[in-house]
Design a protein around this ligand. Structure first.
Ligand code: DC
Length: 229
């Protein structure tokens, strides 16, 4: 049997653009593995906070790195050193600190190594900020998903409410703006659209419409037909 290069679909974009919801659906439709790279940076952030270290100090985070084992399970739960951290990594405290951790080059290099290894093992849909531009530059499909900052903040606020995460719309809006700024202004590997990515403005689209638009692009680029919902 001949070895086939796995297929990678990169879905990048700013905070709260709805990438993970869409990426999970696209992965399900195609039978691909979904990889949430933001959750990896969140897990590192949580590990630093739980160790009572400063998430804005690079030496604190780097010292902990060798003791951080992150597992992304097939049911999409996120595990840190054998603990299910799926919920705690979404709390406002972690959200407010994660951009500092994600701006640290040694942290990024460690996460990127794991992300690249995952993409060699199976076909993946990977969502993040730098997947098409840096992590998987040879991804067969690259989507850059955008939406207005107000629209993204509103979506994130409604999601938080559903999960009983306490925060006002104004707080969420400020948070999203701050993360956008830090994520796109860091020195190493900032948030950016890969030159060969396809931009999708989802401000006025439903999740189903976005998923179907991406499946159309996948079909055109790879010939693969995903199961439509
Ligand atoms: O997608 P998210 O909100 O869970 O991401 C959390 C943070 O991690 C976000 O502020 C930016 C950072 N991130 C990154 O720098 N690179 C990635 N590939 C994914 C996320």
């Amino acid at each position: 049997m001949s070895e086939q290069t796995p297929i990678a679909i990169a879905i990048d974009g700013p905070a709260a653009a709805g990438k993970s919801t869409v990426a999970k659906e696209v992965a399900k439709a195609l039978g691909f593995t979904y990889i949430d790279t933001g959750a990896m940076y969140r897990a590192v952030t949580y590990a630093v906070i739980a160790a009572k270290k400063d998430p804005q100090k690079e030496e604190d985070a780097v010292a902990l790195l060798p003791n951080i084992q992150i597992d992304l399970k097939p049911d999409h739960s996120i595990w840190l050193n054998g603990e299910d951290v799926s919920k705690v990594i979404r709390t406002p405290l972690v959200s407010s600190q994660v951009s500092y951790i994600a701006a640290m080059k040694p942290v990024r290099l460690a996460m990127i190594e794991q992300q690249r290894a995952l993409a060699t093992r199976s076909n993946v849909v990977m969502d993040g900020r730098d997947i098409g531009s840096y992590v998987l530059p040879h991804a067969q499909v690259k989507i850059f998903q955008i939406a207005s900052v107000e629209c993204r903040a509103k979506r994130r606020y409604l999601e938080d409410q559903e999960k009983n995460i306490p925060a006002t719309y104004e707080e969420v809006l400020e948070e999203v703006k701050k993360r956008d700024y830090i994520d796109s202004h860091r020195d190493f590997d900032p948030l950016m659209a890969a030159p060969d990515s396809i931009s999708l403005d989802t401000s006025n689209m439903t999740v189903k419409e976005v998923v179907n638009a991406i499946l159309d692009i996948v079909k055109e680029k790879t010939g693969l037909e995903g199961e439509r919902c």
